[in-house]
Design a protein around this ligand. Structure first.
Ligand SMILES: [Zn+2]
Length: 374
């Protein structure tokens, strides 16, 4: 079961969501830090220690949110809107709509998040001089200083899906003049980073002096190390797969995908329509209305379910999909525009027309999908 994120509000018009995993981590932080608060803060009550620990959990979420806002503000300033911000188990994500067209935009969007986290750490450091030592506020500020510093450093590690990976990607893009090459380099760097992190976790666990940390703390640190490695390794692969798909989509043209069609009048039996299609080596059947206009396209999947002995008695219209305005595409469509047009009006078949307005044939969505996934 996958629980969907919960919307908690919006900042600057961008909806903010938290996943249930984030709620669990926040509860865990509150419970596990309460003991530390009691040890380090003079004269704090038990309830007070939980309150301070809870404040830390909330301030940590606010820190992650501000990091994501950094990405969002720069992204929007560069003309790329943000669908939503999601806070989850290991941090946050800003879902940017579209891709930067220049390497330096990619770089700026990626660098903005860690820059905010670093500035927050500096701000905590400045404030720490103003609060009394051993107070709850001092404890909170210290924790936030280190948390933001760790967020900044962790995120600039040079591998996708981390911000540092996008920085590597932007640099390779600039140097190699191809975005996809940049993504490939940064994804492999991400996988390498994940392996190093896993090896580091094993080494740290096996070489740490026994009894230095409690067994529970040991298990938590080791699991966290492996979880982060897995997150980076899987994330790098996913980011790469997405980029490859996008690159493949961008290079698709309609011409080689057009199936030639046979045109039959309304009421033509399926058997007759198929016979004509075979005779003309056509791979699609278009139905014409009384005015000889293209009216519907026979659904290939539906046709395949009609048995041979029923075909002479069934009208082609009964297994055809009526052509709505969104199901007629220009033969000049290519790349992203083609995918956008198909996504806007999903169908299994589309009629393709030339600049003269005449039908050139049919695009089967299945052909388009195969073209990209191959
Ligand atoms: Zn970030």
């Amino acid at each position: 079961m996958r629980l969907s994120p919960i919307r908690i509000g919006s900042v600057m018009g961008v909806p903010v969501y938290v996943t249930p995993s984030w709620l669990i981590v926040s509860a865990f932080i509150t419970v596990s830090y309460a003991g530390d608060v009691q040890r380090q803060v003079a004269s704090v009550s038990a309830a007070g220690s939980y309150l301070i620990a809870l404040l830390y959990a909330l301030a940590l979420a606010a820190s992650v949110l501000l990091h994501e806002m950094g990405h969002t503000v720069v992204s929007r300033a560069l003309g790329l809107p943000v669908r939503r911000i999601v806070l989850f188990l290991l941090g946050g994500i800003s879902e940017i709509i579209g891709e930067p067209v220049r390497p330096r935009d990619d770089f700026a969007i990626a660098a903005a998040g860690p820059a905010v986290s670093f500035l927050l750490a500096v701000a905590c450091w400045a404030v720490s001089f103003a609060v009394p030592a051993q107070s709850g506020a001092a404890f909170l500020i210290q924790l936030l200083l280190w948390s933001n510093l760790i967020i900044a450093i962790f995120n600039v590690l040079p591998g996708l899906p981390l911000d540092g990976g996008r920085i590597v990607q932007a640099v390779f893009w600039q140097v190699g003049s191809s975005r996809i090459r940049g993504v490939r380099a940064a994804a492999w760097s991400g996988r390498g980073l994940a392996i190093l992190l896993a090896v580091g976790t094993v080494l740290a666990t096996s070489t740490a002096p026994r009894g230095l940390y409690s067994p529970t703390a040991d298990i938590i640190a080791t699991s966290a190390g492996f979880a982060i490695s897995a997150f980076i390794f899987v994330g790098a692969g996913q980011t790469l797969a997405q980029a490859e798909l996008l690159a493949a989509a961008q290079s698709v043209t309609l011409e080689p995908l057009i199936r030639s069609a046979v045109y039959v009048p309304v009421g033509t039996p399926v058997a007759e329509a198929v016979r004509r299609a075979q005779q003309q080596s056509a791979r699609a059947i278009v139905i014409l209305d009384g005015q000889q206009r293209c009216h519907a396209i026979v659904d290939e999947a539906a046709l395949n379910t009609v048995s041979q002995h029923r075909r002479p008695w069934l009208s082609s219209d009964d297994i055809a999909r009526e052509l709505l305005p969104g199901h007629i595409l220009s033969d000049s469509l290519a790349g992203q525009d083609l995918f956008d047009a198909v996504a806007a009006h999903p169908s299994s078949e589309y009629l393709i027309i030339g600049a003269d307005g005449l039908s050139r044939g049919v695009l089967a969505t299945i052909d388009l999908r195969q073209k990209v996934t191959r």
